[in-house]
Write a protein that binds this ligand. Structure first.
Ligand code: OGA
Ligand code: NI
Length: 371
């Protein structure tokens, strides 16, 4: 056997050992939360002095989709409300969307309530959301602040490998696959409203994305003995195109607006939708991908199901030429989605500046600094 082959076999063996070590050392936060009175040091988040607003009347707009039985006037209202919310907040909630959310929510909660040993059968083999799996840490770096959260990540489009998905509870695969299909349809409809909202043909943004890359990230935030010291999700904007999210009845998600954290009110059955980075770029900044985070609480576990709709990693995206003129100069440069994701993973929330043309003219919502 020649040297190269021996070397690469050795490498593969090492890699296998590494993967094995990662899975073995993974302690779900759900287990930590049961026994501790104080949070471990590596979970303590940097202090943040931005005030929190928690008043339903001051939260993100709610849009009634009337089960898509829309008269021309109602259609116009929906387009207007979604476009306004997406430029002022980057977030909105939809009600009467016609999707059964109870089944996937119950199946997901039942998964997280299984014994640790059963869940660990599905432990993610790699960091960085590259493949299906259950996990908690997103990085193995010594100085990385760990999140007070466990997750289950599923790739849902263009391919679904149902063999990797949890076999327990028995209805899990069907419920989540159904949700992925429903979310693909809803995302396409919302992209239609968003295209019309900036005066473009209905299928404009959908065509820009091409064959969608879709994934579902179920986040489970256990109760925490010192909730003010940790974060369930660090401040970030989503790097895909559009995010559809199911909250349960427990508040926790907060959106940055005028330098305050605004709590996204949990409305039973509603779907929270937010513009993500690629759509901000494609719309030349008309729609905003806004920073958000998740706080946890002392006693009530919280679960969310976040579904990301974007393009394939080797596709390029660019601002719509129709949305560039004298009044609206081009703010972003074309990027290859895969390169962009790498940049964001490397640099954190400020990785987003990679797509800006003029680095001196960062819009205020891109200037988020950790305090
Ligand atoms: C996300 C996210 C919010 C939540 O998954 O990107 O921001 O409420 N989740 O869990
Ligand atoms: Ni997010």
């Amino acid at each position: 056997m020649y040297k190269g082959a021996i070397k690469s076999r050795k490498k593969r063996k090492e890699k296998k050992r590494e993967v094995f070590a990662m899975v073995a050392e993974f302690v779900p936060v759900q287990e930590l939360g049961k026994s501790l009175k104080e949070v471990p040091k590596n979970y303590i988040a940097p202090e943040d002095k931005i005030p929190v607003v928690n008043e339903p009347g001051k939260s993100v707009p709610v849009v009634d989709l009337c089960d898509f039985d829309l008269s021309p006037e109602q259609h116009e209202r929906v387009v207007h409300e979604i476009a306004t919310a997406s430029s002022e907040w980057g977030f909105f909630q939809v009600i009467n969307h016609g999707i059964d959310v109870a089944k996937p929510q119950k199946a997901s909660r039942d998964f997280f309530e299984l014994p640790k040993e059963e869940k660990l059968k599905y432990a993610a083999k790699e960091y960085g959301f590259k493949s299906d799996g259950y996990g908690s840490k997103i990085s193995n770096a010594d100085d990385a602040v760990q999140l007070w959260r466990d997750f289950l990540f599923l790739c849902t489009s263009p391919k679904r490998n149902l063999d990797n998905w949890p076999a327990q509870p028995p209805e899990y695969k069907e419920a989540m696959s159904g949700l992925a299909d429903d979310f693909l349809m809803l995302a396409k409809k919302v992209l239609g409203f968003l295209s019309e909202g900036v005066g473009l043909p209905t299928d404009y943004f959908e065509k820009c994305f091409g064959i969608p890359n879709q994934s579902i990230l179920t986040n489970y935030y256990p109760g925490c003995p010192e909730p003010d010291k940790v974060l369930g999700f660090m401040p970030h904007s989503d790097f895909g195109g559009l995010t559809l999210l199911l909250q349960d009845g427990v508040p926790g998600l907060q959106v940055l607006k005028n330098n305050t954290w605004v709590v996204v009110e949990p409305i039973p059955g509603a779907i929270t939708i937010n513009i993500s980075d690629l759509l901000e770029l494609m719309s030349n900044g008309r729609y905003r991908s806004v920073i958000h985070r998740v706080q946890v609480n002392a006693s009530r576990p919280r679960m969310s199901i976040a579904c990301n709709y974007s393009c394939s990693f080797d596709s390029g995206v660019a601002p719509a030429p129709e949305l560039i003129d004298e009044e609206h100069p081009q703010l972003y440069k074309p990027v290859k989605f895969g390169d962009y994701v790498q940049e964001v993973v490397k640099k954190g929330p400020t990785g987003k500046s990679y797509m800006l043309i003029n680095h001196d003219s960062k819009p205020e919502y891109m200037l988020f600094q950790k305090h």
